[in-house]
Ligand binder design. Structure first.
Ligand SMILES: Cc1cc2nc3c(=O)[nH]c(=O)nc-3n(C[C@H](O)[C@H](O)[C@H](O)COP(=O)(O)OP(=O)(O)OC[C@H]3O[C@@H](n4cnc5c(N)ncnc54)[C@H](O)[C@@H]3O)c2cc1C
Length: 526
């Protein structure tokens, strides 16, 4: 970012607010609607502005909220491919964390302002019959891309897509969250009742969520919004072990101490780690990474590694581990380190994964995993392999896209063209802006940054006035093949009411509707 700034400083400064590197002030972090800005718009103008937000997840909401609160004479339209709002809060955040999902109430406040904000659900933006970005630019003063990450990274191994029993963490989290995505396998392909041993490649927050949902007593999740068919499937599971495998060492684990602690509290579950893998994790550089002088995160990292060392049963050898896995007593959660998957085993369904042993190389903060020499290979048996190595954003026709980072190039939220020049009127926020990691709080902060640049462009009258009416928007949507029925906020309220009623009849907070057609038919009802 700084490099870009220096390279074309002259052309860029014009587009930047006056405190480009000191953007964040306390009030920006305040997610509370009743901020001191409530009755006072920051940007007063006689002009009419229209904004389109692509994606109704946290980033889209926070951008819309900032605009509605701070700009007079403005209307914001939020588009989503799904008939429901809330993005990954609904389809990512684990169902046993209902307190996180309460944030939907905050987002709902934005949608309730139907005079100034319209929800256009079940609307596809992009190629293949969707509304084009150029059409949106024609209709709106500004377009904010906040469509997140709807795909995932692959392991790059042969037969990864053809063997049964291999799922991505996106599919898994989407499954237990009742996502409408077509590639989410309901029940039969998952065949959890056949699964004894699970291997999860990757050791971030999502891997932890999945492990917990698979290992936890399903009855503890039953009162929440977990779909009943999922719950029934989980009730049949007989999972004996889950191995969480990281390419790098224990110090570089991507989960938090809170998450590992939550797993460790599951009754009848023991955590294990291998002595040699832990020893090899603690290189001099890794020790340095845990030193409080090294970074603000070091203390947290050190607490986490201490917790791992103290809570795991440390095993001397792989043979010992094999014995533990084969024993029928209790369930096992195994933290494996310094292993990279190199081969998938099995004929029709996955039976195991071969891993190549790695070691750490490089300086603190920049350690890479490289294969040990001579090669060492280990096999982990499993009937379910979950790839939890990251979500991935997809490009939409008509916008610049970095195919290495899978993000939209931007300067503080303003999209850059292929000459690195900012494009006032085109903005990006959330996972699409900074990559698919980080919690909702981080998404809030980067959306505030995006709003700041929008504000700067409005203050400097760099955005065109627009008088686009809802009829114009409806027409633009429906002239595209992919969009045949729009779900507005009133329609969503009908769907929401049905889900809540169904849920309450079963003693749950909500019974999610799992098929788009059903949602659409409810939304049509008068
Ligand atoms: C499994 C999982 C669990 C998580 N758990 C937590 C947690 O417990 N706590 C926490 O703080 N954070 C959690 N996060 C992180 C949090 O979900 C993200 O920080 C946040 O959702 C990112 O917001 P976003 O708006 O960028 O993307 P999203 O939430 O993905 O929203 C993007 C929206 O764009 C829509 N969209 C996509 N393509 C199109 C298109 N072409 N046309 C129209 N609409 C489109 C999508 O349907 C979606 O609604 C979790 C993430 C995952 C994956």
């Amino acid at each position: 970012m700084i490099q870009i700034f220096l390279r074309s400083k002259q052309s860029l400064t014009h587009h930047l607010p006056s405190r480009p590197f000191g953007f964040f002030v306390a009030q920006d972090y305040n997610p509370d609607f009743k901020s001191r800005l409530e009755s006072q718009h920051l940007i007063k103008s006689d002009k009419d502005y229209r904004f389109a937000v692509v994606g109704c997840g946290p980033a889209g909401f926070y951008c819309a909220k900032q605009i509605l609160k701070n700009v007079a004479n403005v209307r914001v339209d939020i588009f989503d491919r799904n008939p429901h709002p809330f993005g990954l809060v609904r389809t990512g955040v684990a169902p046993d964390h209902p307190e996180m999902k309460k944030i939907e109430k905050d987002y709902e406040e934005v949608l309730k302002d139907t005079e100034r904000c319209q929800f256009y659900g079940n609307v596809w933006i992009g190629a293949n019959g969707g509304v084009s970005i150029s059409k949106l630019k024609e209709l709106y003063s500004g377009v904010i891309l906040a469509y997140g990450a709807t795909s995932e990274r692959d392991l790059g191994l042969p037969r990864e897509k053809s063997l049964l029993g291999i799922l991505s963490s996106r599919q898994m989290a989407s499954w237990y969250n009742g996502s409408l995505d077509k590639d989410v396998l309901y029940d039969q392909d998952l065949a959890l009742e056949q699964v004894q041993n699970v291997v999860i490649v990757g050791n971030g927050n999502v891997a932890m969520d999945i492990s917990r949902v698979l290992m936890k007593d399903p009855e503890k999740m039953a009162p929440h919004d977990i779909p009943t068919p999922v719950l029934e499937h989980l009730r049949k599971t007989r999972i004996n072990s889950i191995a969480l495998v990281g390419r790098r060492g224990a110090v570089q684990s991507a989960f938090t101490i809170k998450e590992i602690r939550e797993i460790s509290r599951i009754p009848d579950l023991t955590m294990y780690a291998l002595k040699q893998e832990l020893l090899d994790s603690f290189t001099e550089a890794s020790e340095r990474e845990q030193h409080p002088d090294f970074s603000v995160h070091a203390r947290g990292i050190q607490r986490r590694t201490e917790f791992i060392k103290q809570t795991c049963v440390i095993l001397e050898s792989e043979e010992q581990l094999q014995e533990v896995i084969e024993s029928k007593e209790g369930r096992k959660f195994i933290l494996r380190y310094l292993n990279r998957p190199v081969e998938l085993l099995g004929e029709q369904r996955v039976k195991g994964v071969k891993f190549e042993r790695m070691r750490l190389e490089g300086s603190a903060g920049d350690q890479k995993a490289v294969a040990v020499d001579p090669k060492q290979v280990t096999t982990m048996d499993c009937e379910l392999l979950i790839k939890s190595i990251g979500y991935k954003s997809q490009p939409i026709e008509g916008i610049p896209f970095n195919t290495k980072t899978h993000t939209v190039p931007n300067l503080m939220g303003c999209v850059l063209n292929d000459k690195d020049e900012p494009q006032p009127g085109l903005y990006v926020a959330g996972w699409l802006k900074r990559g698919p990691s980080g919690i909702i709080d981080a998404t809030l902060r980067d959306s505030v940054e995006t709003f700041r640049i929008i504000k700067h462009h409005l203050d400097n009258e760099m955005l065109p006035e627009k008088h686009t009416k809802p009829e114009d928007v409806q027409r633009a949507i429906l002239e595209n093949a992919a969009n045949h029925q729009v779900v507005d906020y009133g329609d969503w309220q009908k769907i929401d009411a049905v889900e809540r009623q169904e849920g309450s009849a079963r003693g749950k907070s909500r019974e999610k509707i799992l098929h788009k057609e059903e949602m659409l038919s409810i939304s049509k009802k008068v």
